[in-house]
Design a protein around this ligand. Structure first.
Ligand code: LRH
Ligand code: MN
Length: 463
């Protein structure tokens, strides 16, 4: 690892905070004891909480307007793995990372798998990408991929997804996440039924190639980049597809993929009841698919989602085995700081949901004591569980204040990574619509193919 935050620095920073942490933790323990909650039972669960980091999230994000890369940007998947390892080193809540292909393509997957193991990072669900045209790709996905009108394009997209499964097998993944951008911008542009039929036909071919023990996560999204209709636009459509495919298929909920004010926790409750919940892409949003840090805008909504998840785990809901992943994008913050914050705020929502007195809540609901029910639930949300999260990190050998240690570490400056300046800060290039592609540099090195390099020049970086 080019630079690992030294453990003595973590210990040094913890020493400064230990006394206050012990006091806060003891106070929380006494407060919970009064409500019949054993804080040690909560810590045990919180310390075991895990959420995957998206490899595509450790580089600076951007929008169609501009991208402002920071110092020490990851140049490719090997750098991204180091950053994922650093996030886990300081939070002990992110043991896995979710790769995206072709963005994380390399020549030697054995080497990549060994590198991840050496860094203590495990590969989670692999994500396919048929929402952009990769270098050297024969047919364009401009008008769709798995639901494209042309069978040849659908076949190309099916082949890509099967290749993702094969690469995922080499990396130890156990699931494939399929989000497609397929849709239309104008009424009349596509036949709303035929495109879904085409999708079902294509995804069935991918489903048939799932190895034993694998699942396929179908990710719905209301709109963007399609702005009139999206083929897999909502949980109902996703559920119809999963039911058509079979038990290895299930529905992934990205919190940013719904119309404003949609009751996402109720969608989660329905998918759990139907035994089709795959898991989550946690992030937050105020308007559209803003991909902001988890819990940054509406922590109460995140808490209400975890309330459904804890309720399901307490009553041992059949088939309940959700995969937790983060999927934010970072335009103005250091991605590592933000991903640590997202992981810890997701963990906070889980801890708060663990505090809900479920028997008393059921009693109030049965008695239609509306205010009592609301207050019992809200009591979990208003509890300050910060010291229990910090205690879990401390006991897991990491930082009481992960973000303080990170900023004290000077990590970015310590990394011998020259920002691939020549690709991103050439002025005119920023005016081009940018596509999300973090390791153009990697691929170019591999391809050494002047034509591909030329094609690459138009394809620079990240969203
Ligand atoms: C689509 C999405 C999907 C990823 C992409 C990077 O908006 O949430 O999960 O493939 O972001
Ligand atoms: Mn997502």
């Amino acid at each position: 690892m080019s630079h690992r935050i030294p453990d003595p620095l973590i210990a040094e920073e913890n020493t400064k905070l230990k006394a206050a942490q012990a006091e806060d933790y003891a106070a929380l323990g006494r407060r919970l004891e009064r409500t019949g909650v054993d804080i040690e039972a909560v810590i045990a669960k919180v310390a075991a909480f895990a959420v995957a980091v998206p490899t595509w999230g450790v580089g600076t994000g951007g929008t169609r307007f501009a991208r402002f890369p920071g110092v020490g940007e990851p140049r490719g998947i090997f750098d991204k793995l180091e950053d994922c390892a650093t996030i886990h080193q300081l939070t002990r809540a992110t043991p896995t990372c979710s790769p995206h292909l072709p963005w994380d393509k390399v020549g030697d997957y054995q080497e990549l798998a060994e590198r991840a193991t050496a860094l203590g990072v495990v590969f989670d669900a692999v994500n396919s990408n048929t929402f952009g045209d990769a270098a050297g790709q024969k047919l364009s996905y401009k008008f769709g991929s798995l639901a494209h009108g042309d069978k040849a394009v659908r076949d190309q997209a099916v082949a890509h997804n099967i290749e993702c499964i094969e690469i995922g097998e080499k990396l130890g993944s156990k699931a494939l996440t399929v989000w497609i951008a397929d849709g239309s911008n104008f009424p009349g542009q596509s036949n709303l039924n035929r495109v879904f039929d085409s999708y079902l036909e294509s995804i069935a071919e991918v489903y048939a190639r799932l190895p034993a023990g694998w699942r396929v996560f179908i990710e719905h999204k209301l709109y963007e980049p399609a702005f009139y209709s999206t083929v897999i636009s909502d949980w109902g459509t996703s559920l119809m597809a999963a039911e058509a495919l079979g038990p290895k298929a299930c529905c992934l909920v990205d919190l940013g993929h719904h119309a404003p004010n949609v009751n996402i926790e109720q969608i989660v409750a329905r998918l759990i009841r139907a035994r089709w919940l795959a898991g989550f892409h946690f992030n937050d949003s105020k308007y559209g698919d803003d991909d902001l840090d988890s819990g940054a805008i509406d922590p109460f909504r995140l808490f209400l989602v975890f309330n459904e998840l804890v309720d399901a785990s307490v009553r041992k809901a059949p088939g309940f085995d959700p995969a937790y992943m983060l999927d934010p994008s970072h335009n103005v913050t250091d991605p590592i700081e933000s991903l640590m914050a997202s992981a810890m705020e997701t963990q906070r929502a889980y801890a708060q949901a663990l505090l809900v007195d479920r028997d008393a809540l059921a009693g109030a609901q049965e008695a239609n004591d509306v205010m009592l029910g609301h207050r019992i639930l809200k009591a979990g949300f208003v509890a300050d569980v910060s010291s229990s999260l910090a205690e879990a990190r401390l006991r897991n050998g990491s930082a009481i204040d992960a973000i303080a240690v990170y900023s004290a570490s000077n990590y970015r400056k310590m990394k011998p990574r020259s920002a691939p300046r020549r690709w991103f800060v050439v002025g005119d290039r920023l005016r081009r619509p940018l596509a999300r592609d973090f390791n153009a540099v990697d691929r170019r090195r591999q391809q050494q193919d002047p034509a591909a390099r030329q094609a690459q020049r138009g394809f620079t970086g990240t969203h």
